[in-house]
Design a protein around this ligand. Structure first.
Ligand code: SIN
Length: 322
């Protein structure tokens, strides 16, 4: 019988990082080892009932993630997901922008097979390397019959793409799904699901992937935070630049405002945001709180982000503007 495939796509990150000193958990260089090398380091029985295929899509520290890499990654995911003999995908990724990539892939692919992002908080050369266990757990999730949607697996926990957030700078269990809670756990290679697998987004556009593939540049959407003394000067500077003859990719198309508490904004920032809205810029309000969602109340003039964090709201707005 032909074995089904699990395709492991490498993009870099700490999981592929190396350090001169195995005791050094922070002084390392991310994205040094190829994805095939990461798999070779696993015990031989890993996902033995599946054929493992590897592909290096990128090799970067995820703080430097770009639209070009996202586009390439989305296209390679779409390619592999369309193959009948592919059971699921695993993507190795840095922790720093993992939640943005997960949400982007969820929004453009809405897959009916598992697409599992995994990562590590310590480099591959560390005495405390967490990448191998995270990879094994991700393979366990990708192998599971019936699994579907874009999820993230880290420290034995399965998170959905919409809710996952990196909430800690250092500890191995660096991710949370906030109020929503995780989808499940991986224990000794067994997946224990406590929720349903993610459904494709309700508003997914069938041509989303083509739009991503065919765009020369993406709509410029900036994130600004509200804080004591926020004065909106940056909004006016962005508007001034957009009004000039600057190339299309520099012109401001959207603004995500990370407000205080329930998405409230410093009065001067709000006034500047209204000027931006009148100039044709889409403005949405998120909250700078890491849990909870913005609740609309009578008189609110700026739309809110339906519970998305500022970075995910930016992805959603860019895709909307496409
Ligand atoms: C990265 O995001 O690529 C580096 C940091 C990490 O993976 O933890």
């Amino acid at each position: 019988m032909v074995r089904k495939k699990i395709v492991v796509l490498g993009t870099g990150g700490t999981i592929a990082g190396t350090a001169a000193d195995p005791g050094d958990g922070i002084g390392y260089t991310a994205a040094q080892l190829g994805v095939a090398q990461l798999l070779q380091a696993l015990p031989g029985q890993a996902a033995s009932s599946f054929e493992l295929v590897t592909e290096q899509v990128a090799q970067l520290d995820s703080k430097d993630m770009s639209f070009q890499v996202w586009r390439q990654l989305a296209l390679r995911c779409a390619h592999w997901l369309a193959q009948q003999d592919v059971q699921g995908l695993v993507i190795t990724h840095g922790t720093d922008t993992l939640e943005e990539t997960a949400y982007f892939l969820h929004a453009v692919l809405g897959p009916d097979k598992p697409v599992v992002l995994t990562c590590a908080m310590r480099p591959a050369t560390s005495v405390h390397a967490d990448g191998p266990q995270n990879m094994l757990d991700a393979l366990a999730v990708a192998s599971l019959p019936g699994a579907q949607g874009v999820v993230a697996v880290c420290a034995g926990t399965v998170h959905g793409a919409t809710d996952v957030q990196k909430i800690h700078t250092y500890r191995l269990d660096a991710f949370s799904s906030g109020d929503a809670g995780p989808l499940g756990f991986v224990e000794e290679g067994v997946v224990r699901l406590v929720k349903q697998w993610p459904e494709p987004p309700a508003n997914i556009c069938l041509t989303a992937i083509e739009k991503v593939a065919n765009s020369a540049f993406w709509p410029r959407v900036e994130i600004l935070m509200s804080y004591a003394g926020a004065d909106g000067l940056v909004v006016d500077a962005l508007l001034a630049q957009s009004a000039s003859d600057s190339p299309g990719d520099l012109r401001l198309k959207g603004l995500v405002l990370a407000g205080t508490g329930n998405g409230s904004l410093h009065a001067t920032l709000e006034a500047a945001a209204s000027r931006a809205q009148q100039a044709g810029v889409r403005v949405v309000r998120a909250s700078r709180c890491c849990e909870g969602r913005v609740l609309m109340k009578p008189g609110d003039s700026l739309e809110h982000t339906r519970g998305l964090s500022p970075v995910k709201a930016r992805v959603a707005l860019m895709l909307d503007l496409l």
